[in-house]
Design a protein around this ligand. Structure first.
Ligand SMILES: C[S@@+](CC[C@H](N)C(=O)[O-])C[C@H]1O[C@@H](n2cnc3c(N)ncnc32)[C@H](O)[C@@H]1O
Length: 216
């Protein structure tokens, strides 16, 4: 899977290649859902999905410089915990990786997944933590963050996430409803914000728990 992503130019850096090889996607997909290594999103229940490998790789590449050892990362809509585990490996035991997900059952699922993965020791030592909360509010306890990733599409950029971004930090977030763009938002050293569109995407919505579970 990682070799193919590298061949297509989606995995570009040594660090992203290494972390995607270290964190086995197969441990993060519910049993019996088919091959975890196809480049496609898969249902994880609760009207949620694990994102496709090419989207994981794209977001890791966009955030790579902001996931250096000792840095702080926030993963909003952490779902299976796959990307949070990758973030934790990249920032290492001196850094902090925080996952926030509003479905409690998915947080339990993600913790079980991480415990079986190469990131297990980081969960034990507290540099990786998973929380049940509304991610639209971020996770102010550990702010400011060098890297923030949002794994669900927001109608607009949530202000708390901008507030919790460190100057020099980067937020990667899908924005939109029917048509969505993956936005790359940099907070400049003077606190001003630069925004650019990376690519068109299709994510589940960043919404309330009740709205997400309505049709489930
Ligand atoms: C595409 S899915 C999972 C993405 C995750 N990166 C993965 O690959 O496992 C998006 C997740 O966002 C969660 N979500 C949606 N709205 C949320 C909110 N307001 N707060 C926290 N999580 C939310 C969903 O429950 C879902 O698990």
């Amino acid at each position: 899977m990682v070799e193919q992503l590298e061949r297509y130019g989606i995995v570009q850096s040594k660090r992203v290649k290494e972390v995607m090889e270290a964190i086995d996607r197969g441990l993060f997909v519910p049993a019996g859902s088919g091959s975890p290594y196809y480049d496609s999103p898969m249902s994880i229940g609760y009207n949620a999905t694990i994102s496709a490998p090419h989207m994981h790789a794209t977001c890791l590449e966009l955030l790579e410089k902001h996931l250096q050892p000792g840095m702080r990362a926030l993963d909003v809509g952490s779902g299976t915990g796959y990307l949070t585990a990758c973030f934790a490996m990249m920032v290492g035991p001196q850094g902090r990786a925080v996952g926030v997900e509003h479905i409690p059952e998915l947080v339990s699922f993600s913790i079980d997944n991480i415990k079986r993965s190469a990131a297990a020791t980081l969960l034990d030592d507290g540099s990786l933590s998973m929380h049940v909360a509304d991610g639209r509010q971020g996770w102010p306890e550990m702010a400011p963050y060098d890297a923030i990733h949002v794994g669900a599409a927001a109608p607009e950029i949530p202000q708390p996430l901008l507030d919790q971004l460190k100057p020099g930090g980067r937020l990667v977030i899908p924005v939109g409803t029917v048509f969505q763009e993956l936005k790359v938002i940099d907070k400049n050293p003077d606190g001003s914000i630069s925004v650019r569109d990376e690519t068109s995407v299709r994510y589940v919505p960043l919404t309330s728990k009740a709205a997400q579970l309505k049709a489930y």
